[in-house]
Ligand binder design. Structure first.
Ligand code: CAA
Length: 420
């Protein structure tokens, strides 16, 4: 789709993404253990909205609609109905229409699509928030909750860690088809951690990852799957994090920008977008992300761009294999050549197509409902020079996001243009 009416990203805010391995996350080893708690789902959601209002000097009474991306609030936090939760962030938000959207790990992406389409339908200012808290239970129990984003009846049995196993089916098939090595995959992990180490908001900001550590299974980097056919093909360092966090964006029409008194140069424009869904539990080809390719193809062709026009990208690396397959789904690399692209260094901060500059889902973290919103916020932050130590040093006019729900079942992609 190309918006019939121009849509701008006028403001953004992110909470830090935290969880196990982050120095600010309170677990038994933290000095504040027993004295204070980690922020709740409500606190993350409210913090992102309050930061957006305060830091960007937004009058909340101008907001006409809001959408909240969240996958599993009921399971992890015993809390649903997050549209009405957002209205608790500021008394001036009372009376505005807010609703929650769910599409597994693409919940943030579909919330953004709803926001963009609300602007096209005639509204001028729409708030989009994504939030998730997942650290309330152990990873194994959380894996059962996340498995609700698979076809639970037919796919849950693949492994206690259903999603890591589903994506590892792809790693195994890809290794057999193209000779991918564990060292190739380790390069994705090393890039993610290196970028996160420069990002104070990242879950893995303080954890170092060398190629040797990422390549080799060890006590600190185990092959943790139970499934005997898949176990050897996944190490912990290949996985996205079980993170808590939230992200917020304010979408505006040109009239909305006038109401906010916001300059065009402080905005990013939604050039085009794509959304694609395929049947749950019916992956056709383990070697390709067909749904992602469909969403990206729609976004790029409707925006009249080709992969070589993309100057920065945020892609859904829920596992290292996913980033590789995303390169191919987008067209950054030919089928079977995704690893060559990461090995070339072209997708690092210094390369010509930096991908996942703040660390992606592996390094920055993956609070699932927040991820699709965070991806667009990240492109905004790169375009406006707000990324500090991980700022890329070139002018960025065009960026791309790809946010994936389930095992490539619903995918949302945005093409974004910098407005100077
Ligand atoms: N030796 C052998 N086994 C070990 C081990 C060691 N040294 N250390 C750990 N393990 C095993 C254990 O079996 C352990 O489980 P139990 O303790 O319950 O027995 C298991 O590995 C996990 O260990 P931890 O609980 O200590 O791991 P953790 O809390 O550090 O989490 C992780 C690590 C399991 C990789 C976790 O980060 C994770 O699950 N990541 C993936 C999250 C995920 O799947 N997100 C969704 C992505 S899919 C998507 O994006 C699309 C969608 O719509 C869902």
């Amino acid at each position: 789709m190309q918006p019939a009416r121009p849509v701008y990203v006028a403001a953004q805010a992110l909470t830090p993404f935290i969880g196990k391995g982050n120095p600010d996350f309170i677990d038994k080893s933290h000095p504040d253990f027993g004295k204070r708690e980690n922020p709740s789902l409500e606190e993350h959601l409210v913090a992102a909205v309050q930061a957006l209002i305060k830091n960007e000097n937004i009058d909340p009474t101008l907001i006409q609609r809001g959408f909240v991306g969240n996958f599993a609030g009921e399971l992890f936090s015993k809390q649903g109905f997050l549209g009405a939760m957002v209205a608790r962030a500021d008394p001036r938000l009372a009376g505005i229409g807010f609703a929650r959207m769910e599409a597994a790990c693409a919940s943030g992406g579909v919330s953004l699509v709803s926001g963009v389409e609300a602007i096209q339908a005639g509204l001028d200012l729409v708030l989009v928030v994504g939030a998730e808290v997942q650290t309330t239970v152990r990873a194994r129990e959380g894996a059962d909750f996340l498995a609700r984003a698979a076809h639970y009846e037919s796919e849950r049995g693949i492994d206690d860690f259903t999603f890591p196993a589903l994506l590892t089916r792809r790693t195994k098939a890809y290794k057999e088809a193209y000779g991918l090595s564990d060292r190739d995959l380790a390069h994705f992990s090393v890039k993610a951690y290196a970028n996160a180490n420069r990002n104070p908001l990242a879950h893995m900001k303080a954890v170092k990852m060398t190629l040797e550590q990422a390549e080799n299974a060890s006590d600190s980097n185990p092959n943790f799957l139970g499934n005997p056919e898949l176990k050897e093909h996944l190490r912990m360092s290949d996985c996205s994090q079980v993170s808590d966090g939230a992200a917020a964006l304010l979408l505006a029409s040109a009239e909305g920008l006038r109401k906010l008194d916001r300059a065009m140069k402080d905005c990013v424009q939604v050039r085009s977008y794509g959304i694609c869904t395929n049947p749950l539990g019916q992956v056709q080809d383990l070697l390709r992300l067909d749904t992602a390719a469909g969403a990206v193809q729609e976004a790029m062709s409707d925006g009249s761009i080709t992969p070589s026009d993309v100057q920065v990208a945020e892609v859904h690396d829920c596992f290292t294999i996913a980033e590789l397959l995303m390169y191919e789904a987008i067209g950054f690399a030919e089928q079977g050549k995704g690893a060559e692209l990461v090995l070339s260094g072209r997708t690092t901060l210094e390369g010509d197509i930096p991908v996942n500059t703040g660390g992606g889902l592996v390094g920055f973290g993956h609070p699932v409902g927040a991820t699709g919103v965070k991806q667009v916020a990240e492109i905004y932050r790169q375009m406006k020079g707000l990324c500090g130590d991980y700022q890329i040093h070139k002018d960025v006019d065009t960026g791309l996001t790809v946010n994936m729900g389930g095992d490539d079942r619903t995918v949302v992609s945005f093409v974004l243009d910098n407005v100077n």
